[in-house]
Design a protein around this ligand. Sequence first.
Ligand SMILES: [Zn+2]
Length: 443
Amino acid sequence: MSTNSSSTCTVQTPTASAAQESQRIVTVIEPITVQLEQELNLEPDKLRVAAYARVSTEQDEQESSYEAQVDYYTRYITSNPHWELVGIFADRGITGTNTKNREQFKKMVEMALAGKIDLILTKSISRFARNTVDALQTVRELKAKGVEVIFEKENIHTLDPKCEVLLTIMSSLAQEESRSISENVRWGKAESMRKGNVYMPYGRFLGYRKGTDGRPEIVEEEAKIVRDIYAMFLSGMTVRHISRELTKRKIPTPGGKEIWSTSTVESILSNEKYKGEAFLQKTYTADYLTKQKKRNCGEKSSYIVRHSHEPIIDPEIYDRVQDLIAKRRPFRSQLRDRHAFSSRIICGDCGGFYGHKVWHNKSGAYDVWYCNHRYNNTEKCLTPILREGEIETAFTAALKKAGIPDASYSEALWREKVEKVTICQDRQAQFNFKDGTVIKVQI
Ligand SMILES: [Zn+2]
């Protein structure tokens, strides 16, 4: 463990050098608050010291450094007669992904805040916390309780007044850093998905709960409802019919409401998780700070994981239902397809359809289209409200991009060409033409 003696904040660094032995003692008894607390203890002359180590489990090379760190700190602390070893806290985990891998860290901070640790040694800020923001917050909490943290690499002793300047600089860097963390988190999630980790919004996901091993576990009484829905659909019932039936039976919706919507039934009938597969990264976090989610319209990779968990619906039955949905869809949309845009414009946020509304203002009435979930109580979609003219113009632009420059919007051409259009929050429209062409235009 090398230390940087050229730092502006050199006080006493925990090297094993005998020449610095006396200096080291001065450091550790400096804080008055610590001394006062020490008087209450059985061994008031000894400072209770802990160390924190953390490495990634991803590389064997780092595994050895994990063992090395634990070994180093154990010998280092026990060899100091003025120190009492409280413990070496060590977490193995991928850096920057989540806090779950930091059980030991949490335990250590808890103990320190409870007055059981006086000094914490750690190699560097990056080892200590996921990021500067976290590091600063923890350091400040500990400082308030008189607990010192020594970052060896940065040579920061948090109770040293000279290091306050450094802490301030750190905090100004923290904001900048949160941007790069966002990238790391995204990478970590992608990695986790690649390994097939399945996420479900358990709170409102009918049929599964989070098992003790963190993987999806079937809730039998809910699974029965899911199977009933599939069976009803296969028996020839329409989605609307099924939703009425469920409401009549007083079965609560996945969100805990009384009235079932057709879109809820539709989403249960077409969710691949019920056949034990997972299509990952349907949505992604577009903005780390606001945690805003966007539908993945091809900007990010997505993954299909087969046999990712125990199915509720037999895959064969699931596939039959999908075939039926596809077969019934044209028929169903013919019935309610008074407008060419009906059942063609899809919300990039929730995957549901845009609905038609007539809005009024001083100059009269005009037609708008927006996601049917836009004004829902929960999970509001943020995809844009579009005027009919805007959709027509976008279609003309898409035709141009598709190599049909002289054509412009007509209802007949729309019906002939458009399979579906997906609208994203950033007003990007993805046209899927019936011939398989995919065109993106900005609305
Ligand atoms: Zn929506």
